[in-house]
Ligand binder design. Structure first.
Ligand code: GLU
Length: 496
């Protein structure tokens, strides 16, 4: 681990529902930034919006982060010196900072009713004016510090920021040089009537208290930057570095990826049999590249290669096929680099009931010949069915096969007969010997490989595809392979 150069990043999700693709990318980038610098990555749960709180969402967020290997150095479960890490438990801290705002003359009590605000907004809209609360400041704006403090401490009131609108310029590490005029700055709410802080205020306090050096979050917060900068200024805080991460676009059109665009929660992809390595790889590269053609990155490589300037400022498009592609790549990579046993560990929970009745050793053998066709582990049950169950003989499938159509029933029967006899002669049932037998059969029958092998493959599996024939038969064993050929023969014989 490199020496900590002081880099501190955070992921600050709100537990308001399931954790989707976009959310997770906002965790990956800050994680990589911190790890690359040998710094700290914090998990903070932003749960101050009681109305939107969803039971169980925090657990799901933590489970997802752990699954992806995004372990946090500080936060729930692990603790740390800057806790608590749930905003709902930090109320006193926000109130302390709110009082600091009052003392420096930058906050006022606001008791304006919601209906009143709505009326003001409507009137402004009718006059084609942009609604800004600061154009409607209540008398309490002019109270002295003492009175404001007293009311704030003793009554259930909201507290607003006293904006001092001016042109603001700043640099976004992803979007570049930015500026905004005074018209977008307003008297935003710091503390709500219920005593809870707003996101706008709480995150500034927390990031300052927790020593956050880089804020990476969705671009939707970019519009509020002038207000945030005003608060940093009022609190005499040096702003951290800002990284606005562009939206992820839906597979088609120009809109932001939403629930209806086929993107599932990360947990659903996990249940479908997507590897965490593939998910991490896909999401990290959705809006970042290292400038080379490389596409497959392990966590270690991502940490090594990740740099902020290579985060793209334009939106990336979501493509589920690409997740499947990455998954296929990762399945092969794990098999090749760590062996079938390591891959098998990842497939637990995806085998059929029938498969589980066989030995683990047999399942490993099946996996080692089918793995390279898999795009997700969710396909295992379907792809391996005939290894664990006698397939139903499907005469039509055999007769209509594009390579077999031209043969008469008698020819098919003759070929199956020869196959049975030839294979029965093999004493040591290995893939190699089976292949020799198959080659001899080819010569003997003078058929094309596609013809003869399609016939045998169908008789053995009755599946739309299977791995190499010799390997399939080796794994199935001699007795079962011959039994299937014989059953197929009998069925064809009895068919019209
Ligand atoms: N709680 C905010 C969200 O979930 C976090 C934004 C931020 O990272 O500051 O969108």
């Amino acid at each position: 681990m490199k020496e900590n150069n002081g880099t501190v990043t955070r992921f600050a999700p709100s537990p308001t529902g399931y954790i989707h693709i976009g959310n997770v990318r906002s965790a990956i980038y800050p994680f990589l930034i911190a790890k690359k610098a040998g710094g700290r990555f914090i998990l903070r749960i932003e749960d101050t919006d009681q109305a939107r709180y969803v039971e169980g969402a925090t657990d799901l967020i933590m489970e997802t982060l752990k699954w992806l290997g995004l372990e946090w150095d500080e936060g729930p479960e692990v603790g740390g010196e800057n806790g608590p890490y749930y905003q709902s438990e930090r109320k006193e801290i926000y109130r302390k900072w709110a009082e600091k705002m009052i003392l420096s003359g930058r906050a006022y009590v606001d008791e304006t009713k919601t209906e009143e605000i709505e009326r003001m907004r409507k009137e402004d809209n009718e006059e084609k004016l942009a609604f800004l609360f600061r154009n409607h400041r209540p008398d309490s704006y002019n109270w002295d510090t003492e009175k404001t403090l007293e009311v704030f401490r003793n009554e259930k009131v909201a507290l607003r920021f006293k904006a001092e609108p001016k042109r603001r310029e700043w640099t976004d590490e992803v979007m570049g040089k930015m500026h905004a005029g005074p018209e977008v700055q307003d008297d935003i709410i710091l503390i709500k009537k219920d005593g809870m802080p707003t996101y706008n205020f709480a995150h500034i306090v927390d990031d300052a208290e927790m020593g956050v050096t880089h804020i990476a979050r969705g671009v939707e917060y970019l519009a509020s930057m002038p207000n945030y900068l005003a608060m940093y200024e009022a609190l005499e805080l040096t702003p951290p570095k800002f990284l606005s991460l562009p939206h992820i676009l839906a597979p088609s059109g120009n809109k932001k990826l939403g629930k209806r665009d086929g993107a599932k929660s990360v947990n659903e992809y996990r249940k479908d049999g997507i590897l965490p390595e593939a998910m991490l790889n896909y999401l990290a590269c959705l809006g970042w590249n290292d400038g080379t053609e490389q596409e497959i990155y392990s966590m270690e490589e991502l940490i090594e290669k990740f740099t902020i300037p290579r985060i793209q400022s334009s939106p990336a498009r979501f493509d589920e096929r690409k997740i499947l592609w990455y998954n296929g790549q990762w399945i092969r990579k794990i098999f090749q680099e760590r062996g079938v046993k390591a891959l098998y560990e990842e497939t637990r929970g995806f085998w059929s009931k029938e498969a589980l009745a066989f030995s683990e050793e047999y399942r490993l053998r099946v996996l080692s010949i089918i793995y390279d066709r898999l795009k997700t582990f969710g396909e295992i049950a379907e792809f391996t069915d005939y290894f664990f169950r006698e397939p139903e003989v499907d005469v039509v499938m055999m007769r209509e096969n594009k390579f077999l159509k031209k043969f008469s029933k008698e020819e098919i029967l003759g070929l199956l007969e020869k196959t049975e006899l030839r294979l029965a002669e093999i004493s040591e049932w290995t893939a190699e010997n089976i292949q020799t037998g198959l080659n001899e059969l080819l010569a003997e029958t003078e058929k094309k490989p596609a013809e003869l092998f399609s016939l045998i493959r169908i008789a053995i599996s009755f599946a739309p595809f299977s791995p190499a024939l010799n390997e399939t038969m080796e794994v199935l064993g001699k007795e079962r392979s011959l039994g299937r050929i014989s059953r197929a023969k009998a069925a064809i014989e009895g068919a019209e």
